[in-house]
Design a protein around this ligand. Structure first.
Ligand code: AMP
Ligand code: MG
Length: 418
């Protein structure tokens, strides 16, 4: 029998990050950058106004402008954001300018419109830009320091700067930054494509009528959702009956389209354990028993031509399947993604209840972790208890050699919250 750690190490030893690919920015969300991103140009790319107002020459404004001596400047143009052709601003002149518009040649400062009369001729502070008026003059009511309200070219990022380093996980602000430096794509580790299929002749797809002895297939949903939560693209293949030929045909279909195959069910010692039937003795797939509860029977290997792709065959009980996914499949996905955090965080917590655990097995009990550092089991040890599983946010770990723990014991807790 294998320990949990031996099995996990064995599974991960053959897994590497996927080769980098150039993805459209939004498709790269949540992915890991595979190369440094360098700004090709300055950001901002040109001096531009941070306010709606008037671009002017600060030296034109007398020092006593604020003391009832407004400066009258001739308005020579109107510069909207995106303007390509700019009027020159000479002595005694100003140009109307909007936020983000290029500062015109000759101007060295911007007076916000509220510091002017907005060209109304009233001499009273304006509260907004109005439409341009022919032969407009603007009264500037306050002095303006050289450089005021100008966002300098390159003041955010200078051309040649490395803005993001390889290994960065691309969230919204990093994606925004890549767009800001003009990148339409990002070179990232792509999301692994994970084919999830569940086996069992008892399975019907949720929403379909459930006949006698049949149950809805919940594993393919839970595992596909877990694969997505881990950062993969999940391909959910619905229930496959316990028929070796059907399973072979379904797998053959998925092989070209997937980086990883995850199955549930059919790996123990029952008469119709179809995954085991198909792969036992198939080169490279090994069925083993782990020193853990739940999740004792596990299959692992590579399938398909050439180097093939990894197959993780999980037990069918829904709690076993899910915990096996968390412990063994999620780290595979995270490794393929090149993610910095491959494993779930583990914290110490004080268990509020006494625990019993089988000898020789590492037990994973469902629990709820509280901010005060305590953890409380939910539901029992049964691996069919999906109601309790859905209320849990962590796994309480009881070591192999521990069979009983009194309430108040310190335990390791695997946090499942994303
Ligand atoms: P197995 O590992 O195939 O022997 O299945 C163990 C238990 O899990 C049985 O009670 C199955 O009915 C149940 N089970 C297997 N696959 C699924 C599934 N996809 N959804 C819900 N229950 C399942
Ligand atoms: Mg089965």
């Amino acid at each position: 029998m294998w320990t949990v750690d031996e099995h996990r190490d064995d599974v991960l030893s053959g897994i590497a990050p996927l080769p980098p690919a150039d993805l459209p920015l939004l498709d790269a969300q949540g992915c890991v950058l595979a190369e440094d991103a360098v700004a090709a140009t300055d950001l901002p790319p040109f001096d531009n106004s941070s306010m709606d107002g008037y671009a002017l020459r600060s030296g034109d404004l007398p020092d006593d402008t604020a003391d009832g001596h407004p400066a009258a400047l001739a308005v020579v143009g109107d510069i909207a954001a995106g303007a390509g052709e700019l009027p020159g601003v000479g002595a005694g002149q100003a140009a109307r300018i909007m936020t983000g518009a290029p500062v015109p040649p000759g101007a060295d400062a911007v007076a916000p419109v509220e510091w002017t009369d907005g060209g109304t001729g009233t001499g009273r502070p304006a509260d907004a830009m109005t439409a341009a008026v022919a032969d407009e003059h603007v009264l500037v009511l306050r002095p303006v320091a050289a450089g005021a309200h100008i966002r300098r070219r390159g003041s955010d990022i200078a051309a040649g700067t490395t803005v993001l380093t390889a290994g960065t996980v691309l969230g919204p602000t990093q994606i925004g930054l890549l767009a800001a430096i003009g990148r339409g794509t990002a070179r990232v580790r792509p999301r692994p494509r994970v084919a999830v299929l569940s086996t069992g002749s008892e399975l019907v797809q949720p929403g379909e009528p459930v006949g006698p002895g049949r149950i809805p297939d919940s594993n393919s949903f839970a595992l596909a959702a877990a694969a997505r939560a881990a950062g993969a693209d999940a391909i959910r293949v619905g229930g496959v009956p316990d028929d070796a030929d059907v399973l072979r045909a379904v797998l053959a279909e998925q092989l070209g389209a997937a980086d990883l195959v995850v199955t549930s069910g059919g790996v123990s010692v029952g008469a119709y354990d179809v995954v085991k039937e198909v792969f036992d003795g198939y080169g490279g797939v090994d069925f083993r028993r782990l020193r853990m509860q739940p999740g004792k029977p596990q299959g692992f290997g590579r399938i398909g031509d050439g180097p093939g792709i990894p197959l993780l065959a999980l037990p069918g009980n829904p709690v076993s399947a899910y915990i096996s996914f968390e412990l063994f499949v999620r780290p595979v996905i995270r490794t393929m993604l090149g993610a910095p955090d491959v494993h779930r965080p583990v914290v110490r917590a004080v268990c509020t209840e006494a625990l019993r655990s089988p000898a020789g097995r590492r037990q994973f009990l469902r629990g709820r972790y509280a901010p005060d550092g305590t953890v409380t089991p939910v539901g029992g040890a049964g691996s069919h208890l999906v109601g309790a599983l859905a209320r849990a946010d962590c796994l309480i770990t009881v070591p192999e050699d521990t069979t009983a723990l009194p309430a108040g014991s310190a335990v390791d807790v695997v946090l499942l919250t994303d």
